[in-house]
Design a protein. Sequence first.
Length: 336
Amino acid sequence: MKRWQVQSGFGVENLVWSEGDPGDPGPGEVVLRVRAVSLNYRDLLMIHGHYNPRQPLPLVPGSDCVGEVVAVGDGVTEWTAGQRVCPAFNPGWLDGPIPHTATRTTLGGPVDGVFQETVVVPASALVSPPEHWTDAECATLPCAGVTAWRALVSEAQIGPGSTVLTLGTGGVSLFALQIARMKGARVCITSSSDQKLARAKAMGASEGISYTTDADWGRTARRWAGSGVDVVVELGGAGTLEQSLRAVRTGGTVALIGVLAGVKTSLALTSVLMRHVRVQGVFVGSVRDLADLVACYRSHPDQRPAVDRVFELAELPQALQWMAEGRHMGKVVLQA
């Protein structure tokens, strides 16, 4: 089988498409033939060494996939050959609060990931995706979908009448839009593109704000919600956090997910303290979160993930470039 590896050093230029052997499944493990994978910004950060400069190499990157069971190890009774499944991003986090060991078992770093034709994963980390979805759609669930679910449902516990501000029109943000709408919430979304805002409104967003023409978009979102939004899906990090704090209501939640606009900030914290704002870090989610997300989509069969473009697995460098340039809306997928 073939796989992508970061070999001699960090950087896309050090990605090598090479032969490999995934090995046989151990007790409690399954072998999957990968059918499709999807990209996340975390993949770029891992490949460039920004996420963990001490990550041992070589590394197979990639965290999101759907595959077909081709072999099972001893003790595996819940899965059989031929079943289509998605492995959770963090196989070591089954349910409940995040364990202190969570960062040790995540796919695509530090553990070898899914940008390969065959992968071995724990059977306990698998969930069956919606049967009527394509492979490309299923491959978007484990990271982007679960992150949005964890932020809005497991942590913020949104419901009918809740208000949500989500930043940008990438994979997590569009999952947040869909999940919030399925839960009966109203959604405001930001983008630099009027065309993308129009498409987001067609998907159910109640309001769209261009952050290129409205520098104080946080205050605009606050007025839209009346006295601030219940939840901000914060994907920018340091560069957008100040505006997100302006947008959120007293007692509301800022779900800190991404750092696309920087990792260091010197914000004054008095507003957080005096308004009882909860800044909640979200590191994807558990296997249970993935199962609950799938169950929600099954109960809304008209809803499907937003897939922007599909590449071949051998075209990983081109797909990464497409994502890095911000030309996508929704998820970028590679089929194996």
